[in-house]
Design a protein around this ligand. Structure first.
Ligand code: CUA
Length: 311
């Protein structure tokens, strides 16, 4: 996969391209006006060079010019904004995203099996079509911003706000919470992974499956440690008896298939999983996850190995 892109200057979808175009026109116009005003400042410092009256300058440059320019920009940008994709779920594929302190819960509906699929911190979408994201929050106001794909949209408790993500082609687009929401606001990132439609269907069908554990002693020891450490109080692993109810923390059924953990904070592999479980407060102070206590090194490694193979 290509390196994640988080840039308004590199739009990767139709809405982001339109926003970028508007921004460049406004920036270009502002630059021309700035240069002209600076030139006038320089000119005004030379007493000899005043070809027209003060009254003309006040009326012309102070009133007529801004009214004409701002009216033209208002009309033009309103007209162009009408081309943005309407924020409606009608006829589009829908994904639910719930922002939490400080991570993202993502819910899909798998039409093939009729199942709801719950994931975290990664929004997978099929490339080449609009995907409607229904956004809400369970605690404070957050804001989803994936600059390469669209503008920002707030997530507000008790409301559903819509945002369309439309990637022209497969790729990885980084997003970030864009509304200050507490001490780990900066580490509340996510990745949008746009896949070719067939790859997306394959991925979704796999996500809908319950977790499968590899048949070896290390993984078996890790699976037992998950239950012993009472990880199931907060985390669901579908297919693991006794661990299918919790909604406090991210659903871990297919955690090994994600590129990052801790909301975009760490690359996902056995080492970072073990480090995160051992001391999440050292990595993300204030995060709701407590450190695993009474766990020896070998058991911690087994737990990380179990989670890593949940693909
Ligand atoms: Cu969530 Cu800032």
């Amino acid at each position: 996969m290509s390196a994640p892109l988080q840039s308004v200057l590199h739009p990767a979808g139709p809405d982001a391209a339109l926003i970028a175009h508007l921004s460049w026109v406004l920036f270009g116009g502002a630059a021309v006006i700035f240069v002209a005003v600076m030139a006038l400042v320089v000119l005004s410092m030379r007493p000899a060079a005043r070809p027209v009256s003060t009254r003309w300058w006040i009326a012309g440059a102070g009133v007529v010019f801004p009214v004409v320019v701002l009216t033209a920009l208002l009309v033009w940008s309103t007209w162009r904004s009408a081309d943005l994709t309407p924020q409606t779920s009608r006829g589009a594929m829908s994904i639910g995203v719930t922002a939490k302190m400080w991570w993202w819960e993502v819910r899909y509906h798998d039409p093939a099996s009729g199942k709801q699929v719950v994931s975290a911190n990664e929004i997978r979408i099929p490339a080449g079509r609009p995907v409607y994201v229904g956004l809400t929050s369970t605690d404070v106001i957050h804001s989803l911003w994936v600059p390469a794909l669209n503008g920002k949209m707030d997530t507000i408790p008790g409301r559903i706000n819509g945002l369309t993500l439309h990637a022209d082609k497969p790729g990885v687009y980084r997003g970030q919470c864009a509304e200050y929401c507490g001490e780990q606001h900066a580490r509340m990132a996510l990745h949008v992974i746009a896949l070719a439609p067939a790859d997306f269907q394959r991925w979704l069908a796999n996500e809908a499956q319950p977790a499968k554990a590899a048949d070896n002693a290390l993984v078996e020891r890790g699976r037992a440690a998950f239950l012993e450490q009472r990880c199931q109080s907060c985390h669901t692993i579908r297919g693991l008896p006794g661990a299918e109810l919790a909604r406090l923390g991210p659903d871990l059924t297919h955690v090994g298939g994600r590129t990052h953990i801790a909301a975009g904070t760490l690359r996902n592999h056995r080492g970072t999983l073990a480090g995160w479980i051992a001391d999440p407060q050292a990595i993300k102070p204030g995060a709701r996850m407590p450190a695993a206590t009474d766990i020896d090194g070998a058991t911690l490694q087994a737990l990380a190995a179990y989670l890593e193979q949940l693909k």
